[in-house]
Design a protein around this ligand. Structure first.
Ligand SMILES: Cc1cc2nc3c(=O)[nH]c(=O)nc-3n(C[C@H](O)[C@H](O)[C@H](O)COP(=O)(O)O)c2cc1C
Length: 201
Protein backbone atom coordinates (compact mmCIF):
# COMPACT_ATOMS: atom_id res chain seq x y z
CA UNK A 1 0.00 0.00 0.00
CA UNK A 2 1.02 3.62 -0.52
CA UNK A 3 0.56 5.84 2.47
CA UNK A 4 0.24 9.61 2.52
CA UNK A 5 0.78 11.70 5.64
CA UNK A 6 -1.30 14.80 5.19
CA UNK A 7 0.20 16.57 8.22
CA UNK A 8 3.63 16.90 6.66
CA UNK A 9 5.10 15.35 3.49
CA UNK A 10 1.84 15.22 1.53
CA UNK A 11 0.17 18.31 2.99
CA UNK A 12 0.06 19.99 -0.43
CA UNK A 13 -1.41 16.86 -2.05
CA UNK A 14 -4.45 16.56 0.22
CA UNK A 15 -6.84 17.83 -2.46
CA UNK A 16 -5.57 15.47 -5.15
CA UNK A 17 -5.57 12.42 -2.88
CA UNK A 18 -8.81 12.92 -0.95
CA UNK A 19 -10.90 14.25 -3.81
CA UNK A 20 -9.79 11.29 -5.95
CA UNK A 21 -10.63 8.66 -3.35
CA UNK A 22 -13.76 10.04 -1.71
CA UNK A 23 -16.05 9.54 -4.66
CA UNK A 24 -18.59 9.59 -6.17
CA UNK A 25 -19.64 13.03 -4.99
CA UNK A 26 -22.84 14.81 -6.00
CA UNK A 27 -22.58 18.23 -7.59
CA UNK A 28 -24.26 21.30 -6.12
CA UNK A 29 -24.64 23.73 -9.02
CA UNK A 30 -25.16 26.72 -6.80
CA UNK A 31 -26.90 29.95 -7.77
CA UNK A 32 -26.54 33.04 -5.59
CA UNK A 33 -27.23 36.75 -5.99
CA UNK A 34 -24.67 39.52 -5.78
CA UNK A 35 -25.59 42.85 -4.20
CA UNK A 36 -25.42 44.22 -7.77
CA UNK A 37 -28.28 41.85 -8.72
CA UNK A 38 -26.04 39.64 -10.87
CA UNK A 39 -26.88 35.92 -10.69
CA UNK A 40 -23.78 33.86 -9.97
CA UNK A 41 -23.52 30.14 -10.69
CA UNK A 42 -20.77 27.70 -9.72
CA UNK A 43 -20.48 23.95 -9.14
CA UNK A 44 -19.32 22.50 -5.80
CA UNK A 45 -18.75 18.80 -5.21
CA UNK A 46 -17.75 19.21 -1.58
CA UNK A 47 -21.47 18.88 -0.99
CA UNK A 48 -24.06 16.64 0.54
CA UNK A 49 -27.23 16.46 2.65
CA UNK A 50 -26.44 16.01 6.36
CA UNK A 51 -29.80 15.68 8.06
CA UNK A 52 -33.49 16.18 7.59
CA UNK A 53 -34.84 17.47 10.94
CA UNK A 54 -34.34 20.25 9.97
CA UNK A 55 -33.26 19.59 6.38
CA UNK A 56 -29.58 20.53 6.21
CA UNK A 57 -27.06 20.59 3.35
CA UNK A 58 -23.43 21.69 3.28
CA UNK A 59 -21.39 23.11 0.42
CA UNK A 60 -17.73 23.93 0.93
CA UNK A 61 -16.16 26.57 -1.30
CA UNK A 62 -12.43 26.91 -0.64
CA UNK A 63 -11.12 30.45 -0.39
CA UNK A 64 -9.58 32.01 -3.53
CA UNK A 65 -6.64 32.91 -1.31
CA UNK A 66 -6.45 33.09 2.47
CA UNK A 67 -9.36 35.24 3.71
CA UNK A 68 -10.80 35.96 0.23
CA UNK A 69 -14.00 34.00 -0.36
CA UNK A 70 -15.16 32.69 -3.73
CA UNK A 71 -18.04 34.73 -5.18
CA UNK A 72 -20.62 32.14 -4.09
CA UNK A 73 -19.44 32.30 -0.47
CA UNK A 74 -19.32 36.10 -0.59
CA UNK A 75 -22.87 36.33 -1.94
CA UNK A 76 -24.20 33.88 0.65
CA UNK A 77 -22.45 35.77 3.46
CA UNK A 78 -24.12 38.97 2.26
CA UNK A 79 -27.62 37.74 1.35
CA UNK A 80 -27.96 34.56 3.44
CA UNK A 81 -29.62 32.77 0.48
CA UNK A 82 -28.70 30.30 -2.23
CA UNK A 83 -30.14 27.58 -4.46
CA UNK A 84 -28.58 24.19 -5.12
CA UNK A 85 -29.44 22.88 -8.58
CA UNK A 86 -28.79 19.18 -9.23
CA UNK A 87 -27.08 18.21 -12.47
CA UNK A 88 -27.74 15.39 -14.94
CA UNK A 89 -25.86 14.44 -18.14
CA UNK A 90 -27.45 16.98 -20.54
CA UNK A 91 -26.25 19.77 -18.24
CA UNK A 92 -22.66 18.65 -17.68
CA UNK A 93 -21.13 21.06 -20.22
CA UNK A 94 -22.90 24.24 -19.10
CA UNK A 95 -22.26 23.22 -15.46
CA UNK A 96 -18.55 22.87 -16.22
CA UNK A 97 -18.43 26.23 -18.03
CA UNK A 98 -19.72 27.98 -14.91
CA UNK A 99 -16.61 26.83 -13.03
CA UNK A 100 -14.65 29.51 -14.91
CA UNK A 101 -13.14 32.10 -12.56
CA UNK A 102 -14.92 35.28 -13.63
CA UNK A 103 -14.41 38.68 -11.97
CA UNK A 104 -16.98 39.47 -9.28
CA UNK A 105 -20.18 40.80 -10.86
CA UNK A 106 -19.79 38.94 -14.18
CA UNK A 107 -22.38 36.16 -14.46
CA UNK A 108 -21.12 32.73 -15.52
CA UNK A 109 -24.62 32.02 -16.87
CA UNK A 110 -24.46 34.35 -19.87
CA UNK A 111 -25.03 32.70 -23.29
CA UNK A 112 -25.45 29.18 -21.87
CA UNK A 113 -29.07 28.86 -23.01
CA UNK A 114 -30.33 28.17 -19.50
CA UNK A 115 -33.65 29.29 -18.06
CA UNK A 116 -33.75 31.02 -14.70
CA UNK A 117 -36.97 30.57 -12.72
CA UNK A 118 -38.18 32.39 -9.61
CA UNK A 119 -38.09 30.67 -6.24
CA UNK A 120 -40.65 30.97 -3.45
CA UNK A 121 -38.61 31.38 -0.26
CA UNK A 122 -35.44 33.05 -1.55
CA UNK A 123 -34.85 35.84 -4.05
CA UNK A 124 -32.16 33.78 -5.82
CA UNK A 125 -33.43 32.13 -9.03
CA UNK A 126 -33.14 28.40 -9.72
CA UNK A 127 -31.93 26.88 -12.99
CA UNK A 128 -35.15 25.61 -14.57
CA UNK A 129 -33.34 23.08 -16.78
CA UNK A 130 -32.20 21.05 -13.77
CA UNK A 131 -34.07 17.93 -12.63
CA UNK A 132 -34.26 19.31 -9.08
CA UNK A 133 -33.40 22.43 -7.09
CA UNK A 134 -33.19 23.16 -3.36
CA UNK A 135 -34.05 26.61 -2.01
CA UNK A 136 -31.73 27.30 0.94
CA UNK A 137 -31.03 29.91 3.55
CA UNK A 138 -27.68 30.04 5.31
CA UNK A 139 -27.92 28.41 8.74
CA UNK A 140 -24.30 29.14 9.62
CA UNK A 141 -20.84 29.03 8.12
CA UNK A 142 -17.85 27.39 9.71
CA UNK A 143 -14.44 28.60 8.64
CA UNK A 144 -11.66 26.03 9.03
CA UNK A 145 -8.45 27.29 7.47
CA UNK A 146 -9.26 28.10 3.86
CA UNK A 147 -12.42 25.98 3.83
CA UNK A 148 -15.84 27.54 4.36
CA UNK A 149 -18.46 24.98 5.30
CA UNK A 150 -21.71 26.70 4.43
CA UNK A 151 -24.56 24.97 6.21
CA UNK A 152 -27.86 25.59 4.46
CA UNK A 153 -31.39 24.89 5.57
CA UNK A 154 -33.60 23.69 2.73
CA UNK A 155 -37.05 25.29 2.57
CA UNK A 156 -38.47 24.17 -0.75
CA UNK A 157 -37.50 21.35 -3.10
CA UNK A 158 -38.38 21.58 -6.78
CA UNK A 159 -38.38 18.24 -8.58
CA UNK A 160 -39.22 17.37 -12.18
CA UNK A 161 -42.65 15.76 -12.35
CA UNK A 162 -41.38 12.33 -13.41
CA UNK A 163 -39.21 11.96 -10.28
CA UNK A 164 -41.95 11.52 -7.64
CA UNK A 165 -45.54 10.29 -7.81
CA UNK A 166 -47.71 13.19 -6.82
CA UNK A 167 -49.58 11.74 -3.83
CA UNK A 168 -47.61 8.72 -2.67
CA UNK A 169 -44.21 10.44 -3.16
CA UNK A 170 -42.89 7.18 -4.60
CA UNK A 171 -39.50 8.01 -6.11
CA UNK A 172 -38.85 6.93 -9.70
CA UNK A 173 -35.13 6.24 -9.59
CA UNK A 174 -35.12 5.11 -13.22
CA UNK A 175 -35.85 8.71 -14.25
CA UNK A 176 -33.08 10.31 -12.20
CA UNK A 177 -29.42 10.02 -13.22
CA UNK A 178 -27.36 12.84 -11.72
CA UNK A 179 -23.74 12.96 -12.73
CA UNK A 180 -21.09 12.49 -10.07
CA UNK A 181 -17.63 13.88 -9.51
CA UNK A 182 -14.91 11.21 -9.56
CA UNK A 183 -11.09 11.40 -9.32
CA UNK A 184 -9.01 14.54 -9.78
CA UNK A 185 -8.57 16.44 -11.91
CA UNK A 186 -11.71 15.97 -13.99
CA UNK A 187 -13.25 12.51 -13.94
CA UNK A 188 -17.03 12.11 -13.76
CA UNK A 189 -19.48 9.22 -13.67
CA UNK A 190 -22.99 8.69 -14.96
CA UNK A 191 -25.29 7.03 -12.48
CA UNK A 192 -27.54 4.96 -14.70
CA UNK A 193 -26.13 1.53 -13.75
CA UNK A 194 -28.56 0.90 -10.91
CA UNK A 195 -29.40 -1.94 -8.56
CA UNK A 196 -31.35 -2.17 -5.33
CA UNK A 197 -30.32 -3.94 -2.15
CA UNK A 198 -32.76 -4.59 0.66
CA UNK A 199 -31.67 -3.84 4.21
CA UNK A 200 -31.59 -6.73 6.69
CA UNK A 201 -34.35 -6.72 9.37
C1 LIG B 1 -17.64 19.65 -10.81
C2 LIG B 1 -16.91 20.73 -10.06
C3 LIG B 1 -16.92 20.69 -8.67
C4 LIG B 1 -16.26 21.71 -7.95
N1 LIG B 1 -16.29 21.65 -6.57
C5 LIG B 1 -15.71 22.62 -5.85
C6 LIG B 1 -15.76 22.58 -4.42
O1 LIG B 1 -16.36 21.71 -3.80
N2 LIG B 1 -15.15 23.61 -3.75
C7 LIG B 1 -14.53 24.63 -4.39
O2 LIG B 1 -14.02 25.55 -3.76
N3 LIG B 1 -14.48 24.69 -5.75
C8 LIG B 1 -15.06 23.73 -6.49
N4 LIG B 1 -15.02 23.79 -7.86
C9 LIG B 1 -14.46 24.98 -8.50
C10 LIG B 1 -15.45 26.15 -8.48
O3 LIG B 1 -16.63 25.83 -9.21
C11 LIG B 1 -14.79 27.40 -9.14
O4 LIG B 1 -13.72 27.85 -8.31
C12 LIG B 1 -15.75 28.54 -9.41
O5 LIG B 1 -15.12 29.50 -10.22
C13 LIG B 1 -16.23 29.24 -8.14
O6 LIG B 1 -17.11 30.24 -8.57
P1 LIG B 1 -17.52 31.52 -7.74
O7 LIG B 1 -16.27 32.32 -7.45
O8 LIG B 1 -18.46 32.21 -8.69
O9 LIG B 1 -18.18 31.04 -6.48
C14 LIG B 1 -15.61 22.77 -8.63
C15 LIG B 1 -15.60 22.78 -10.04
C16 LIG B 1 -16.22 21.77 -10.74
C17 LIG B 1 -16.21 21.79 -12.25
Amino acid sequence: MHYFDLDDRHKKDAYRILSSLVTPRPIAWTTSLGDDGVVNAAPFSFFNVFGTRPPIVIIAPGDKEPGIPKDTARNIRESGEFVINLVDSPLMRPMNLTAAEKPYGVSELKDLGLTLEDCAHVSVPRIGNCPASLECTEHSTMQIGQNRLIIGQVHRVWARKDLFSENSLDFHQENYAPIARMGAPDWYARTDDLFSLERPD
